[in-house]
Design a protein around this ligand. Structure first.
Ligand SMILES: Cc1cc2nc3c(=O)[nH]c(=O)nc-3n(C[C@H](O)[C@H](O)[C@H](O)COP(=O)(O)OP(=O)(O)OC[C@H]3O[C@@H](n4cnc5c(N)ncnc54)[C@H](O)[C@@H]3O)c2cc1C
Ligand code: SF4
Length: 318
C-alpha cells in the first residue's frame, strides 16, 4: 500500500542499496557506511571544505558536534540517539564555516540547515538520516537505570555501529563492557516507549528525509533483516547533485533497487506517523502519557512493566 503523505515525496528519486568499500568504515558505521564514505569522497575531491563530527563526553554522556575542515578529523560514530540542537550549533558557528558545507541531519533539521547556509552564502550538501524518532537523554538514563549501571561508572557509550544491526555498547571505567541489542531488547522497549521522544516527533510527517541531497536508511527489508551482519545502507538520491555524487564516487559498492523499497523498509514508521495525523486522539494520548511524570516513573521502574507498556502501545496502535 502506498502511503498517502510520504508517497508524495518520491517525485524524483533513485534508490540503491550498498556499502562502503573500506571494510573498516563499513564495520564502524551504522548501516553500510555509505554516508561516511561519501563524506570522505566530498572532502578528498575538494567539493566540501567544512563538515561536522561528534565527540563523546564521558562526564555528561553526551555527544557534541564539532566543525571539521578535513576528512582525517571525522569519526564515524554510528547513529546518536540524543536530541541535539544541530541547527542552533550551525547558526552559532556559521562565521567559522569555510566554503561548501556538508553534514548529516535528521528530516526535521534539513530544510532549516539548507536555508541557514544558503543565506550565509555557503553551498551545502546534506546527507539525510532516515528517522523514526529521536530520544531525549532520558532514554539513555532510563536504560542505564534498568541495567543498574551508574552514570558515573560509564567510560564510553555508542548506540550503533561495529556490525549490523548491532546495538548499544557501553564500556565501564572498571574495564567491563555491556552490550544491548538494537532490536527486540530492553533498549528497543525504551526507544519505542514514546516516553522519551521530543514532542515534535509526534507531529512529524517526514521519515525518509525528503529535503536532503541523499537520504540514508537501514535496509529493514526481509532480504536483509535476517541474514545481513556486515551492514548495508539504503541510499536515495533526491537531487541532481546527490545523483551526480553517487555516480562519480568510487568509494561505495551500490546496486540500483526499486524506488518503492525505501518506503517498504520504513513502512511501519511512516504509517504510525500518518496515524497521528489521521487519528489525533493517538497523539493526544501519547502527549498525556509523556506529561504524567508518575507514569514514566512506573514504566521505567522495571523491564517487566516497560514490556507491559510496550504491549499497551501496540494494542492501541500508538
Ligand atoms: C535519531 C535517529 C533515528 C533513526 N531512525 C531510523 C529509522 O527509523 N529507520 C532507519 O532505517 N534508520 C534510522 N536511523 C539510522 C540512520 O538512518 C542511519 O544512520 C543511516 O542508515 C546511515 O547509515 P550509514 O552507515 O550510511 O551512515 P554512517 O556512515 O554511519 O554515518 C552516519 C553519521 O551520521 C552522523 N550522525 C549520527 N547521529 C546523528 C544525529 N543524531 N544527528 C546528526 N548526525 C548524526 C555521524 O557523524 C555518523 O557517523 C536513525 C538515526 C538516528 C540518528
Ligand atoms: S521523528 Fe521527525 S521530528 Fe522527530 S527527530 Fe525524527 S525527523 Fe525530527
Amino acid at each position: 500500500m502506498e502511503s498517502s503523505l510520504e508517497g508524495k515525496e518520491n517525485i524524483h528519486v533513485k534508490t540503491f542499496v550498498g556499502h562502503a568499500i573500506d571494510s573498516n568504515l563499513r564495520y564502524a558505521a551504522t548501516s553500510g557506511g555509505v554516508g561516511s564514505a561519501l563524506l570522505g569522497h566530498l572532502f578528498s575531491s575538494g567539493q566540501v571544505n567544512t563538515s561536522l563530527t561528534f565527540e563523546f563526553d564521558p562526564n555528561t554522556l553526551r555527544y557534541a558536534p564539532r566543525l571539521i575542515y578535513k576528512w582525517e578529523d571525522y569519526h564515524p560514530t554510528g547513529s546518536i540517539y540524543q536530541d541535539m540542537d544541530l541547527v542552533g550549533f550551525i547558526r552559532s558557528h556559521v562565521s567559522e564555516i569555510r566554503g561548501t558545507f556538508a553534514c548529516f541531519c535528521l528530516p526535521c533539521q534539513t530544510a532549516s540547515i539548507r536555508i541557514l547556509l544558503e543565506r550565509a552564502g555557503h553551498a551545502c550538501f546534506l546527507l539525510g538520516l532516515t528517522c523514526s524518532s529521536q530520544q531525549s537523554m532520558l532514554a539513555t538514563e532510563c536504560l542505564l537505570k534498568l541495567l543498574r549501571i551508574r552514570k558515573e561508572d560509564v567510560s564510553t557509550l555508542r548506540y550503533r555501529g561495529n556490525g549490523w544491526p548491532s546495538g548499544i555498547q557501553i564500556t565501564l571505567k572498571n574495564g567491563n563492557s555491556v552490550f544491548v541489542k538494537n532490536n527486540a531488547s530492553l533498549w528497543s522497549d525504551v526507544f519505542h516507549s514514546r516516553l522519551c521522544s521530543p514532542k515534535r516527533c509526534l507531529y512529524c510527517q517526514d521519515t525518509l528525509n525528503k529535503n536532503a541531497d541523499i537520504s540514508l536508511a537501514d535496509p529493514w527489508l526481509p532480504e536483509f533483516r535476517h541474514t545481513e551482519t556486515s551492514g548495508e545502507s539504503l541510499v536515495v538520491a533526491r537531487t541532481p547533485l546527490g545523483e551526480k555524487i553517487l555516480e562519480e564516487s568510487t568509494v561505495c559498492s551500490l546496486v540500483r533497487i526499486g524506488d518503492e523499497k525505501a518506503f517498504q523498509s520504513q513502512r511501519e514508521t511512516i504509517l504510525r506517523k500518518e496515524g497521528y495525523a489521521t487519528h489525533p486522539f493517538r497523539r493526544k494520548w501519547l502527549l498525556k502519557l509523556q506529561h504524567w511524570s508518575w507514569y514514566r516513573t512506573v514504566v521505567f521502574s522495571s523491564p517487566t512493566i516497560l514490556k507491559l507498556h510496550s504491549k499497551l502501545l501496540s494494542r492501541l496502535k500508538l
